[in-house]
Design a protein around this ligand. Structure first.
Ligand code: PEP
Ligand code: MN
Length: 358
């Protein structure tokens, strides 16, 4: 349930409600919006709860309604709570430090669309530096690149590991870009946090709940890919895991889902973008590379995703896709990426938005 405080309520009143909730066996999740402050109260079915504690009851609602600075108490109808628009009516904006932009911060989920680009996988220094330089020059401000790669086949390339993270950090210093890279296990979270600005959770790990818990305790934004067979509700519940551990900097990423269609690697669910915007306050980015699996479809689906209202894009680029160790068929050349940027900017402008520029 959510407790809506009266406009301009005092800090003491908020504190009072939080303390009461604690006594009743709940943690209050505070959200300060432009218009109002709300406190989320989440019940849990936990065998460790003392008898009668931790369950949302009508009596709890009545007790909270009696507080003088509480305006009202409402039930959140969705199974995900902290991720829902009901709990947090304003858009969440995730701030990422990026040296190459004016002011040194990129806001994901604000009016400007953010371009994240780079190779699927970090292969070697030359490949990464060439790609980073090219995508940065074309307008990307966040560098993507996998160091720990999930591979469907155990014989596929599984990434350079920490060596790849070091190369990403080097490219980040050299070109002033932030880095988004995947973390695959809870044990690797501290290591990846040392090098990355955004932790990517891959499609195969969207329901790895131990990993979601761990990144939920990390002090870095998380880019949460949609599971390839996950419903939007399951995806938002995965986001809820991260949010409920205290990390509010969650960015969703639509990367295509499994359907009966075989001519594309995945079916890119563009309608998920405006729908997620209605259901949740979290920013959403689009990955047309995994979304289609085909280089010739990446540009049109990028433009379509911008038109559908995405807050950012994650695009694979390789200096020579023919020899890429992973995902070459869906990687743009650096030239194709440079041609795409102004077209994506034109679509953003047509819907009253812009792109973050470096
Ligand atoms: C990737 O971004 O290269 C990747 C492995 O993505 P996904 O988890 O969406 O397959
Ligand atoms: Mn890839």
């Amino acid at each position: 349930m959510i407790v809506v405080m009266k406009p301009n309520c005092s800090e003491a009143a908020i504190e009072h409600v939080l303390r009461f909730l604690e006594q009743e066996g709940f943690t209050g999740h505070l959200s300060r919006g432009v218009e109002r402050t709300v406190i989320g109260v989440i019940g849990s079915v936990n065998v460790q709860n003392p008898p009668g504690k931790g369950m949302i009851t009508p009596a709890l609602g009545e007790a909270l309604e009696a507080f003088p600075e509480v305006e009202g108490v409402f039930r959140v109808s969705k199974p995900y709570k902290l991720a829902s628009r009901e709990f947090h009516p304003d858009d969440t904006v995730v701030e990422v430090p990026v040296a190459c932009v004016a002011g040194g911060t990129v806001r994901i989920g604000g009016p400007a669309v953010v371009m994240m680009a780079g190779p699927c996988t970090v292969e070697n220094e030359k490949q990464l530096m060439t790609t980073a330089e090219a995508v940065r020059k074309a307008g990307a401000v966040i560098l993507r690149g996998g160091a720990f790669k999930p591979s469907t086949s155990p014989y596929g390339f599984r990434g350079l590991g920490e060596e790849g993270l070091k190369l990403l950090a080097k490219a980040s210093r050299e070109f002033g870009m932030a880095v988004v890279t995947e973390v695959m296990t809870p044990a690797d979270v501290p290591l990846v946090c040392e090098y990355a600005d955004i932790l990517q959770i891959g499609t195969r790990n969207m329901q790895n709940y131990m990993l979601l818990d761990e990144v939920g305790r990390a002090q870095k934004p998380v880019l949460l890919k949609r599971g390839m067979a996950a419903t939007i509700e399951e995806w938002l519940l995965a986001a809820e895991y991260i949010l409920s551990q205290g990390n509010r900097a969650v960015i969703l990423c639509e990367r295509g889902i499994r359907t009966f269609e075989k001519s594309t690697r995945n079916t890119m669910d563009l309608s998920a973008i405006p729908l997620v915007k209605q259901l949740s306050h979290l920013p959403i980015v689009a990955d047309p590379s995994q979304g289609t699996g085909r280089r010739d479809l990446v540009a049109p689906m990028t433009l379509a995703a911008v038109a559908a209202g995405c807050d950012g894009l994650l695009i694979e680029v390789h200096p020579n896709p023919e020899v890429a160790l992973k995902d070459g068929a869906q990687s743009l050349t650096t030239e194709q990426f440079a041609e795409l940027m102004p077209r994506a900017e034109a679509v953003a402008q047509a819907i009253g938005r812009s792109f973050v520029t470096a």
